[in-house]
Structures are given as C-alpha cells and as structure tokens.
Design a protein around this ligand. Structure first.
Ligand SMILES: Nc1ncnc2c1ncn2[C@@H]1O[C@H](COP(=O)(O)OP(=O)(O)OP(=O)(O)O)[C@@H](O)[C@H]1O
Length: 293
C-alpha cells in the first residue's frame, strides 16, 4: 500500500511542549482520522505536514517528495482546510476565489460553483460577515475545487451544526468514491469517525500512541467491568487505566483476548469508543493507573 504522507522520527520543541520522535504514515485511498485531546500536538503535526512549521529533526514527505525540493508540486496536490480564517476578510467570496484560483493549475470553476450552490454560500457578501459555519464551508469549497489528491483538514467539523456535520461527512464519503483520493483530518468529535474513517491515528502529549484500522481497534479494545476483588498487582497489568468506584471497577484494555483468558466470565466487556480510549489513555498517561470516582 502506498503512503501519501510519511513522517519519520519527527521532533519539534516549543518552550512548554514537544512532539517526540513521531513516526506515522497515511495510506493512499483511505480516510484517516487524527484524534487526541486539547493541546496534544494535532495542529502542530498538521502544520508540519503542510510545511507551515519546520521540524527540529526528522523527515516529512508527501507523495514521496520532500518540501525542500518539491514544495510547489506538493501544495498543488493538497486541499487544505484550516480551523482559522485564512481569507482576506474585506473581500467577497467571488473575489477571494479569483486569488486562490490563480495559484492552482487544476482549478475547476464548475466544481467551485457546484459547492457554492450545495453549501448555499453568498458569492457577493464580504467574508468578514460570514459565520463560523459559512467560513468552514468556504474553506472546504476552496479545498475541493482544484482536484486535490489529498485533503488535509484541521478540525473541519468544529463549530458546525449536527446537520451540516453529517452532510459534510457525506460529501467526504462521495469524494472517496473514485478510490484515488486520501483524506486526513483531525477532530475532537470522535463519533464523526465511526461514519467515515478507515484508520485512526491517536496522539497524546506529543507522542503517537498508534495508527490502526478502525476495525482493528474494535477487535482489540474493550471496556471491562467487574468487582474490585478481581484486581491485584498482576491482573491490573491487563489495563491501560482503571476507574474504581463503590460498585466495582471499570477499565480499558487493549487486549480483549487476554482479558478473556485472565478473567473468563467474571467480568463484563463492552465496546470501547474512541472517546473511552482517549479518556482512559489520558488517565493512564503511559503507565497503569487507577483513579477513583
Ligand atoms: N508557536 C508556538 N509556540 C509555543 N508553543 C506552541 C506553539 N504552537 C503550539 N504550541 C503549544 O504546543 C501545544 C500543542 O498545540 P497544538 O495546537 O498542536 O495542539 P492540538 O492538539 O491541536 O490542540 P487543540 O485540539 O486544543 O487545538 C500546546 O501546548 C500549545 O500551546
């Protein structure tokens, strides 16, 4: 399988935060959701993928090319949606389009007008008067109008109402139909990913915890519930972190099969959502941890 994005041993330090030895790849022809809590390094990673920020060390390549020699070619092939306004606010959408259009060889006016209509965007209204949702729709329209092979989006669904979020996911789904496109996007709204993602990349405190197929996550992870008398120094090792209450414990495992071996039918197992995985990983922070509630 071809990788469209590859990061190898990437490090980036700010005063109070570090991306640590991050290696990850994004597969061509699939949707990868990039998840993690607030301030864990998602936007920093995406900015490095877009060459808006340079790593201190490590390598980054897109379509097998590096930015040092091929920046223009790479940027032509990417549709980028950023969670901040990147337009000139004094301009109308029609005027802004003329500027963006001139930067792309494969710009498609017909496609642009298709999305303008679909998203019900006003062409002649100044961008400064756009709502957050309209701004996101305008950003998407620009990103989708030049036949990009790779769509990279930082929090595209944040600030959107549930109906448009769902519509957006349908549009992304349609874009994937031809099999050649790749989508990589960060999100806090993990339930969106159930609808569309093939792979999940999970980052925590600047470290990549995993990139896995969504189906593999479902096979490996589970929430386990049982009585606290089942827990001791050995059995606790089965869990990423454990939540104890007066009624018993609830814990996240990344190895369902071993939990069955260890506990048999003395515990209950439920599907772990991506939110569960993020929550328990944060509580565990790398080592087995218990917390009370
Ligand atoms: N230019 C910068 N200078 C110093 N610190 C920075 C800079 N950019 C980001 N940071 C810090 O790096 C950390 C990670 O930020 P980043 O924006 O990558 O997180 P995120 O995962 O996208 O978070 P969120 O989901 O809240 O947007 C934060 O603590 C942030 O304050």
């Amino acid at each position: 399988m071809v990788n469209v994005i590859e990061l190898n041993n990437v490090n980036k330090s700010f005063e109070r935060f570090q991306i640590k030895d991050l290696s990850m790849s994004v597969k061509k022809g699939f949707v990868t959701g990039f998840i993690g809590g607030n301030g864990v390094g998602k936007s920093t990673t995406i900015k490095m993928m877009m060459n808006l920020l340079q790593p201190d060390s490590g390598t980054i390549s897109l379509f097998g090319l590096d930015y040092a020699k091929h920046e223009k070619e790479i940027k032509q092939r990417i549709g980028f949606v950023y969670d901040e306004n990147v337009f000139y606010e004094q301009l109308t959408l029609a005027e802004m389009k003329q500027i963006i259009k001139s930067a792309y060889k494969k710009w498609d006016d017909q496609l642009f007008h298709h999305y303008v209509q679909l998203f019900e965007l006003p062409l002649k209204q100044k961008i400064k008067s756009f709502s957050k949702g309209m701004m996101m729709k305008a950003s998407l329209t620009m990103a989708l109008s030049h036949h990009a092979e790779l769509i990279i989006m930082d929090e595209p669904t944040s600030g959107l109402d549930p109906i448009f979020r769902r519509e957006l996911l349908d549009i992304l789904h349609d874009i994937m139909e031809d099999g050649d496109k790749t989508i990589f996007f960060s999100t806090h709204i993990t339930t969106d990913l159930d609808r569309i993602a093939d792979y999940i990349a999970f980052i925590h405190n600047g470290k990549l915890m995993f990139t896995k197929e969504l189906t593999q996550i479902e096979e490996e992870y589970a929430i386990v519930k049982g009585g606290v008398e089942l827990l001791d120094r050995d059995t606790e090792k089965e869990f990423i972190s454990i939540r104890r209450s007066n009624h018993g414990f609830e814990a996240l495992t990344a190895n369902k099969a071993r939990v069955v071996q260890t506990f048999g039918d003395m515990v209950l197992m439920e599907k772990a959502t991506l939110e569960d995985i993020m929550f328990y990983t944060k509580k565990g922070a790398g080592s087995v941890a218990s917390f009370n509630c």
